[in-house]
Ligand binder design. Structure first.
Ligand SMILES: NC(=O)C1=CN([C@@H]2O[C@H](COP(=O)(O)OP(=O)(O)OC[C@H]3O[C@@H](n4cnc5c(N)ncnc54)[C@H](OP(=O)(O)O)[C@@H]3O)[C@@H](O)[C@H]2O)[C@@H](O)CC1
Ligand SMILES: Nc1ncnc2c1ncn2[C@@H]1O[C@H](COP(=O)(O)OP(=O)(O)O)[C@@H](O)[C@H]1O
Ligand SMILES: [K+]
Length: 528
């Protein structure tokens, strides 16, 4: 479907349900009754008209028991008025409808739409629908839709039909069954609509972009329903996008040298895991760090044949006092590694804490204290946990982290006073002061060993080039994901991407980004 033109300036803003309710309440006070529902129906019906004509086939509309159902009925009556064949399954006790939803129901009943029963849908195995519109539940879903309930059976049936007959599903506001805050299907036995497109109302929602949210929501379009900008508070989160990174890495001055671009020291690569440190170090090199060392734990190779530029040393020999130290890739867990981490936390002006270094912090109060002391002395720290590492740091289970990734990222940022990258689908970048950021680039091709080491190296390179920690973390995750997207599109497809090939692709993305968004050169060549 074509994207709806963003209708206000909050295109990249993200809100939680409670914030959307507050915006809604403030907006309603200014508007005639039912105006928002009319606007929702108008936006949805116009979106349908950009993609389907009445001749493409019938449209099935699922209308649930709350105002999401009202939005669906409004959409249905507008489409019927424009000549579409519309079947409406009313899955609600209309006596419980709000006044606005009731009005939409009456108009739908008076329109040319046909009301059909749930049994008709469940029994009809091969419907010729061109589109299904999901208006069962929106942000008011308060408990699980279990697989064996009537709604659960309907949702599973629709998902199966859609897959079998390639019928697109347009979800109104939120795919029914998905929690708009967390991006998880509600309840352990819960089910949710698997939409191709979600047209979300008033503002974008956190849960459409992290955890399972992207799988269920498909493409997300936003319509503000005409709510005035002054009703929107500053967002508690934003979606990453290319323009955010414009100018963060200044164009290189002609009069510069390797010392101008910082020093990265990757500490890790214990016996059997040397590759992890080399991946992180190569990534730092390809992202512009002036000098890159690898400090190995057990034994240092003379050099790395593929990247002879890397300076291979024993970790204990390195002076951390002017470097950006990336500690963790292949680090292992021993007294030596704990003492190296303690030294890095005390001495290095910038640290990126990854992998085993995160586990060491999770199990050591003195190391936690050293990390906290860094924020008081204004030293930058980025932590890059995946959900299991995050769980260890917070003393909870991985399932609890994933149940509310947003909250977990916030808790980590406030407990450790560091910039957090909570990795995984829809990586979240959090600090305790600024809006959280959900990354929009990347794909499951990244789910292979070593890609996290690469990300740590990219963070290190950007920090070493003087970028603020929050900017460096956001941009590193963005570039890492863009590189994977470009490789999947142009080179290797979705399966078999390796961490090594990601590294030059990240360099390409970084340079493309710089070319596109950096200021024009001060001296343009003279034209002939
Ligand atoms: N208000 C406005 O101005 C605007 C609202 N808008 C639209 O309204 C949507 C929010 O509407 P909403 O608050 O009525 O909630 P909604 O998501 O339709 O569902 C609530 C109903 O579901 C029921 N229910 C819950 N869980 C259930 C379960 N597991 N199984 C079965 N039933 C369950 C619940 O019952 P209860 O929990 O009360 O027993 C209640 O009846 C929002 O997403 C947007 O689309 C837009 O038009 C913009 C203007
Ligand atoms: N499904 C996915 N979608 C987007 N990014 C993903 C997905 N799976 C993994 N990634 C990214 O790949 C990287 C994996 O890091 P990590 O789990 O630390 O792996 P490793 O320890 O093997 O390097 C992270 O940046 C993560 O966000
Ligand atoms: K819905």
């Amino acid at each position: 479907m074509n994207p709806a033109a963003p209708s206000n300036s909050f295109t990249h803003a993200l809100y939680r349900k409670a914030e959307i309710r507050a915006i809604e309440a403030a907006a309603i006070a200014d508007l005639p009754a039912g105006e928002l529902m009319r606007a929702a129906g108008k936006a949805a019906s116009e979106l349908v008209q950009t993609k389907f004509t009445p001749r493409d086939g019938a449209i099935l509309i699922l209308a649930g028991p709350g105002d999401n159902g009202g939005d669906a009925l409004e959409t249905g009556q507008l489409l019927a008025a424009r000549g579409y064949t519309v079947d409406i399954a009313l899955c609600a006790d209309s006596l419980l409808y709000s006044a606005a939803a009731n009005l939409s129901l009456q108009q739908a009943r008076a329109s040319r739409a046909t009301f059909i029963s749930l049994e008709q849908i469940l029994e009809n195995q091969a419907p010729a629908y061109a589109l299904v519109i999901d208006g069962l539940f929106g942000i008011g879903l308060s408990r699980a839709i279990t697989a064996d309930s009537v709604f659960g059976q309907l949702i599973q049936h629709i998902n199966q039909l859609a897959e079998k007959f390639a019928i697109p599903i347009l979800a109104l506001d939120v795919p029914s069954g998905l929690d708009a805050d967390t991006g998880q299907v509600i309840g352990p036995q819960g089910v949710a609509i698997e939409a191709n497109t979600t047209l979300s109302f008033i503002a974008d929602k956190v849960g459409l972009h992290t955890a399972a949210g992207r799988d269920y929501a498909g493409r997300v379009l936003i319509d503000s329903l005409g709510v005035a900008d002054n009703h929107f508070p500053p967002p508690s989160g934003i979606l990453s996008h290319a323009a955010m990174f414009a100018g963060l890495l200044p164009a290189r001055r002609l009069d510069s040298h390797k010392g101008s671009y910082g020093e990265v020291m990757v500490i890790g690569g214990a016996h059997g895991m040397m590759g992890a440190a080399i991946l992180a170090a190569s990534a730092a090199l390809y992202c512009g760090a002036g000098r890159v060392y690898v400090g190995f734990i057990d034994a240092a190779p003379a050099y790395d044949a593929q990247h002879p530029e890397l300076m291979c040393r024993m970790a204990a020999e390195l002076d951390f006092s002017k470097a950006c130290v990336v500690i963790g890739p292949g680090l292992g867990n021993s007294e030596l590694t704990a003492s190296l981490l303690a030294r890095a936390l005390q001495q290095a002006p910038y640290v990126v804490i990854d992998a085993d270094a995160l586990n060491l912090i999770a199990s050591s109060a003195p190391l936690r204290a050293l990390l906290l002391a860094r924020s008081q002395s204004l030293k930058s720290s980025i932590m890059t946990p995946h959900p299991l590492e995050a769980a260890r740091l917070l003393g909870i289970s991985t399932a609890q982290v994933q149940a509310d990734r947003w909250q977990a990222a916030l808790d980590l940022a406030s407990q450790f006073q560091a910039t957090i990258i909570l990795k995984g689908a829809g990586s979240i970048i959090a600090t305790s002061q600024q809006p959280l950021c959900i990354n929009t680039s990347g794909n499951p091709a990244l789910a292979s060993g070593g890609t996290g080491d690469v990300l740590a190296g990219v963070c290190g390179a950007l920090l070493a080039q003087q970028m603020a920690a929050n900017d460096a973390a956001r941009m590193a995750v963005w570039l890492h994901g863009c590189a994977a997207d470009q490789l999947v599109e142009h080179a290797c497809d979705a399966i078999g991407l390796t961490a090594s090939e990601l590294i030059p692709a990240i360099r390409n993305c970084l340079n493309q980004q710089q070319k596109k968004h950096s200021k024009p050169q001060r001296f343009q060549p003279l034209s002939k």
